[in-house]
Every structure is written in C-alpha cells, then in structure tokens.
Design a protein around this ligand. Structure first.
Ligand code: ATP
Length: 228
C-alpha cells in the first residue's frame, strides 16, 4: 500500500485567534483513494486542506504543530513550488480562479510559470482538454461558459501542473446537476489514472463517488455515520 498523505497529530490555530481549529488530526490517505471530508461550516475542512499543500503556513500564518507527509516526504522539507504543484486545489467559486482570455491560456498558465517547455505545454493542454471534455471550448473565453464548464476549466488549469493529489474544496457547490455529473465523471477518470482525491463536501448526494467519508468535528476526524 502506498500512502499519498499521512497526517500525525496536526494542530493549527490562525494567527490572532484564540482557539485551535485543528486539534489533533490523524489521517492516512492511500494512493488512488477518493476521500470525502464532511462537516459543519466553520469546522476547519478548508483549513485542513490548506495545511496539506503549504497554503498554511506560507499564506495563512499561525501556530502549527504535527507532521504532514506527502508520499512519505515531510512537507516541511519540501520545496514550496514542488509542494504546491504536487497537490492541486480546485475551489468553490470558478470566477475567482479564472483570469485568462481563453481556455487554453488558462490551462497553460501554471506550466508556463514553471518554465515548462512549449511542446510539453502543448501536450498537456491537449491531454487536459480531452480528459475534462472541453476540447470544443479551447479558444473560448472562460467567462462565456456555464458554471460547471468554468469549474472544468479551473480543474484543467490545476491538472496541467500534473499534481498527484487533487483537493476539491466544495468544488461542486455552485454547479448545476449536469455540471456535477460531468465533474464527478472526471473525478472517476482521475482515480482510474491513479490520482489521489480529497473532496470537501456539503452535499451528501456527491458522496457516492467517495471510497471513504470522514467527519471533521470539534477539531478532530471521526467516522462518518450519516449525520453531521
Ligand atoms: N485566514 C483566516 N484567519 C483567521 N481565521 C480564519 C481564516 N480562515 C478561516 N478562519 C476561521 O477558521 C474556522 C474554520 O474555517 P474553514 O474555512 O477551515 O472551515 P470549513 O469547515 O471549511 O467551513 P465551510 O464549510 O464554511 O467552508 C472558521 O471559524 C473561520 O472563520
């Protein structure tokens, strides 16, 4: 068994806040697993995910304790850009994630910033457009697309960095039923490709694609018994 993520006794408190949000998280996620994290609003689901890819403590500072390993490597010892491209995050609101004039520019943006060679970027754009099923929008302005399609573009922009782990932070919350179906379909394909998926979910209807569901409550993870 290969562990994609291993968290030991993770604790975190935002700078200036009185209470710890994460109070001793222990979690193992296997490579290729689709793990869903549920919990009431404000319970720290996003905070937990930010602690995985370095957004905490590099962007949001605070008191951090515990060990987080990604594919066996302590993230404290990993280069920041390597970590951020190893774990891609798709957020709730597609409009805050898209800023390029065309879909292909959006997908190319990340690898261009990392100075990936032109030919390789072209290969990744083709592959990502095919996987997400948005080839026909290649030269379209992302603003002209539906909410679900915009999320597929946001996902494509993350996938072009070839992350091994993908986090969906309530990525289907603002998407209609057809969009949800398409995103779920892509998540299934990503799993088949060996990617590890962590999805933060409010909607129990979206849990059908998860291999395992855990509940974040009072700063700790619990077995999910069907209720928050
Ligand atoms: N940058 C920040 N600085 C200070 N406090 C923060 C910051 N970000 C989040 N918090 C607080 O931390 C707590 C947990 O927030 P978080 O967004 O992780 O919860 P969540 O479970 O993902 O909630 P939701 O389901 O509403 O997205 C909240 O009380 C929130 O106000």
């Amino acid at each position: 068994m290969i562990l994609a993520v291993e968290i030991e006794n993770l604790k975190f408190k935002y700078k200036g806040q009185k209470d710890f949000i994460l109070k001793g998280i222990n979690l193992k996620v296997e490579k290729g697993e689709v793990l869903a994290i549920v919990g009431l609003s404000g319970n720290g689901k996003s905070t937990l995910c930010y602690s995985l890819n370095g957004i905490i403590p590099n962007v949001f500072d605070g008191d951090l304790d515990g060990i987080v390993k990604v594919f066996g490597e302590n993230i404290k010892d990993m280069d920041k850009s390597k970590l951020m491209s190893a774990i891609g995050v798709v957020f709730q609101d597609p409009d805050t994630q898209l800023f390029s004039p065309t879909v292909e520019d959006e997908i190319a943006f990340g690898p261009e910033n990392l100075c990936v060679p032109r030919e390789e970027i072209g290969r990744r754009i083709d592959q990502v457009l095919k996987l997400t099923g948005i080839e026909k929008y290649r030269r379209e302005n992302p603003n002209n697309l539906s909410g679900g399609e915009k999320q597929l573009v946001a996902l494509g922009a993350v996938l072009s960095l070839e992350p091994k782990i993908l986090v969906f932070d309530e990525a289907m919350a603002q998407v209609d039923d057809n969009g949800k179906k398409r995103i779920k379909g892509v998540i299934k394909k990503l799993k088949e490709d060996g990617k590890t998926i962590i999805m933060i979910e409010h909607d129990f209807n979206n849990l059908d694609i998860a291999d395992r569901v855990v509940l974040l409550k009072d700063g700790k993870l619990h077995k999910f018994e069907g209720e928050l």
